[in-house]
Design a protein around this ligand. Structure first.
Ligand code: GDP
Ligand code: GDP
Length: 444
């Protein structure tokens, strides 16, 4: 089951960002920055009492400066209603009820079946708690006075929020199933890909097996493998208000990526690589998922590349462009297809399955240690007059493969040397399609 989504809504300045940071700050801080990735802080992961959730700050959506407040309130309410499992409506105890609060409350009153918490922020002391009582008159039920700045009342609020989540169910984690998420910007051809993939020749085990609000799940069989296709395209949003279509697609992609083994980022070869594509690929990378770049509309896109590079191999040209533009996911294989003509689909599926296999590859400890020892012996690394010594290597995890190197001093490890070791591992084991994590620890 995907993590529950908690949406924070509220007029400007009530403290949405402050609460968002309070609930997720630690998590955000440990995320490494990957160069070349545009990061919009639309959502983040939170955890309380052992339950994980995704938090959306609806105030973080970039909006037209000229948008009147009413439109902003409507956007927030729309997103909260469509996406959230739990809604936190944030108000400001120091200001009391404002017309915008009333407007937002009216919009939210239409939400059925989703727990709604009226959170009265800036309740920094017991006096403010008294002021907060006023918010009962919004008629939305229980109110929760908190101070996002000092955390006062936040724990009590979270206890209730987490208790309102749907019960946890086992995710479909069968080893044999390869979970493939099709993600990408709107109009790159995801729906067309789904149709091409699920065309007559495949055995659909259970069409639309699990329909969530995020994606349509379909199980099918391909070359004897059971595959779960997580399709984010089938669900269309009205996006009445400009800008929200892109927002939904990013959110949806993030949720699908979370559940998959292989994230397939579809890009439109007629349009070429866009920032939105980079962002989706960046999300797959940061989530540690296997990754495949699927260049779609190749029937048309090929012509464009040829026109500009006469006499050259168009696939090679475009692949090189992608490698140059996307240095952080050089491991991701590039598959070319045309969903419209139905070409390249089988090869693309094989590539995705292969990436998933590499993603869960286990390298035996003996082999791993021999390989690392040979690599270090043939190119010793010295810095500040000291030799880096790798005493022992172990595979700490799979999905993605994660290798821990026990060294004499982790400070001696340089990024470029780590890259060298990674390349040696890739030379031997391929590992195409999967990121590889290398962690250095001080040997005992
Ligand atoms: P947003 O526009 O809703 O995201 O609001 P911000 O998080 O940017 O906060 C607006 C202002 O309220 C900032 O100056 C915050 O420091 C302040 N603020 C946020 N939470 C609290 C709180 O719990 N108590 C007090 N006194 N001020 C707060
Ligand atoms: P989605 O929003 O990513 O699901 O994209 P759609 O599947 O709805 O496709 C968007 C548009 O691109 C439609 O007009 C499709 O007909 C077109 N399209 C999709 N795949 C191809 C392709 O392989 N070649 C060409 N020429 N057009 C395609």
């Amino acid at each position: 089951m995907p993590k529950p989504i908690v949406a924070i809504v509220g007029r400007p300045n009530v403290g949405k960002s402050t609460l968002f940071n309070r609930l997720t700050g630690k998590r955000i801080a440990i995320v490494e920055d990957t160069p070349g990735i545009t990061r919009d802080r639309l959502y983040a992961e939170g955890e309380w009492n052992g339950r994980n959730y995704t938090l959306i700050d609806t105030g973080g959506i970039s909006m037209d400066e000229d948008d009147p407040m009413q439109a902003q309130v409507r956007i927030q309410a729309e997103i909260a209603m469509e996406e959230a499992d739990v809604i936190l409506m944030l108000c400001d105890a120091s200001q009391g009820i404002t017309p915008n609060d009333i407007e937002l409350a009216d919009e939210l009153r239409g939400v059925v079946d989703v727990p709604l918490f009226v959170v009265v922020n800036k309740s920094d002391n017991p006096n403010r708690d008294q002021d907060a009582m006023e918010f009962y008159s919004l008629g939305l039920g229980e109110i929760y006075p908190v101070s996002a700045i000092s955390s006062r009342g936040v724990g009590d609020l979270l206890d209730e929020v987490v208790a309102s989540f749907p019960p946890e169910t086992e995710e479909d984690n069968e080893d044999e199933t390869v979970r493939i998420a099709l993600v990408g910007r709107p109009n790159v051809g995801k729906s067309s890909m789904v149709n091409a993939i699920l065309g007559e020749e495949r055995t659909i085990v259970s069409p639309v097996a699990g329909t969530t609000r995020d994606a349509i799940d379909t199980y099918f069989e391909f070359e004897g493998k059971r595959i779960l296709l997580i399709d984010t395209a089938g669900i269309r949003r009205s996006g009445k208000i400009q800008g929200t279509v892109e927002y939904y697609s990013v959110l949806r992609a993030q949720r699908a990526i979370e559940r998959c083994d292989v994230a397939v980022t579809v890009i439109d070869s007629i349009e070429g690589l866009r920032d939105g594509d980079k962002r989706v690929l960046g999300m797959a990378h940061e989530a540690g998922k296997a990754s495949v770049i699927c260049v779609n509309k190749w029937d048309e896109g090929r012509k464009g590349v040829l026109e500009e590079n006469a006499g050259k191999n168009p696939m090679r040209i475009l692949t090189q462009t992608l490698r140059d533009e996307l240095p952080f996911c050089s491991y991701a294989p590039v598959a070319f297809c045309s969903a419209l003509k139905g070409t390249g689909i089988g090869a693309f599926l094989e590539t995705a399955i292969h990436a998933a296999e590499n993603h869960s590859m286990r390298i035996p400890t003996g082999e791993l240690n021999r390989l690392i020892r040979d690599a270090v012996d043939s190119r010793p690394y010295t810095t500040k007059g000291r030799n880096l010594k790798v005493k022992y290597a172990t595979m700490a995890a799979v999905q993605p493969p994660t290798i821990v190197l026990f060294v004499n001093d982790p400070e001696l490890m340089h990024f470029s040397y780590q890259r060298y070791l990674e390349n040696q591992l890739r030379k031997t084991y391929g590992l195409e399609g999967t990121p590889l994590k290398i962690i250095c620890r001080k040997a005992a």
